[in-house]
Structure formats: C-alpha cells, structure tokens
Design a protein around this ligand. Structure first.
Ligand SMILES: [Zn+2]
Ligand SMILES: [Zn+2]
Length: 167
C-alpha cells in the first residue's frame, strides 16, 4: 500500500511533489502469477494539485522474467509503464465507475501503479525480435546453428499413403 497525504499539495495553487519508491511486488499486491519480477519496481511520479482533483503522473521501471515464445529460452526484459491518473474527492458526483477517488487528503496510488504495471507486461516474450526459434523437426536452436531439415508440414496420413505407393 502506498498512501500519500496530499494536504500540503492541495494548499498550494500549483502544488506539486515528486516521489521515488523502490517497491517489492508485495507492495503492489502482485503475485508471481501476475508477473515474475526480478527486482524492485522503481516508481517515479509527481502528485499535483489539479483544482478539484489530484493528478498522478510519472512512470514505473521494472524487469520481468519470461520464456521466449519461439525458442523457449528464459529471458528477462526491462519494461517501463506510464502513470497518468486522476484522483477525485470521494463523493464527487457523476464519476465513471473505474475512476479513482481519495478521502481525508490521502491518495492511495497502489491500484494505479499495479494496473499500469500489469498492462505493460507483454502476453508473449521474445528473446530478440528476430528469434528464429526451434526447429520443429530436429529440435535444434536455429539461432545457434541452422539445420537443414525439411520443415514443410507433412501430413502423417499422406506419409502412410506414400509409403504404400512406393511398395
Ligand atoms: Zn528466442
Ligand atoms: Zn532441424
């Protein structure tokens, strides 16, 4: 939970304060199933007075472990997630259902950080953009050594027929 008292920010017309946090996954209620984080999540953001609301702007930096979708190698990727949210005083009318609110001058940024991080984790990892993957025939890592297998798909039924015809 990252709760920040914004009373001072609200007192000033153009009040704004910068924050830096090094967070653990637990700080953002993240489990290993959500994202396999390899170190602390670095959060840099400002909270500023936006009149009736508080503006959150900044970014997260973190590294996630995954497996290359093509060659199955373990990869660690450094990612960045933008933070750009608004916090309305609780009780504000006509708010959208997913709008963030705050009360008693305390803004809890946990959910915004968590959501932004999760949105930035790719569904599919690649060890490099042009990973050649594993040969489906011999299993060789084609990034290391190109093999000369015929990788055109062979229908096993056709293969059986061919064998019959050859007799
Ligand atoms: Zn790969
Ligand atoms: Zn091969």
């Amino acid at each position: 939970m990252i709760k920040i008292n914004v009373a001072e920010i609200k007192k000033q017309l153009i009040g704004s304060t910068s924050y830096h946090y090094d967070l653990s996954p637990a700080d953002l209620d993240l489990s290993r199933e959500d994202a396999d984080l390899t170190g602390p999540i670095s959060a840099d953001f400002t909270l500023s007075n936006g009149g009736d609301l508080i503006l959150l702007k900044g970014e997260l930096h973190f590294s996630v472990k995954g497996q290359c979708a093509r060659c199955l190698k373990d990869v660690t990727v450094a990612l960045e997630a933008p933070l750009d949210e608004r916090y309305y005083p609780e009780g504000t009318e006509n708010l959208e259902e997913d709008a963030f609110t705050y009360k008693y001058d305390v803004v809890d940024v946990t959910d915004a950080l968590r959501e932004s991080l999760l949105l930035s984790v790719p569904a599919r990892f690649l060890c490099k953009p042009d990973c050649k993957g594993i040969c489906p025939v011999c299993g060789a890592d084609r990034n290391v050594a190109p093999c000369h297998c015929d990788t055109r798909t062979i229908d096993p039924r056709l293969q059986a027929l061919e064998a019959l015809l050859e007799k």
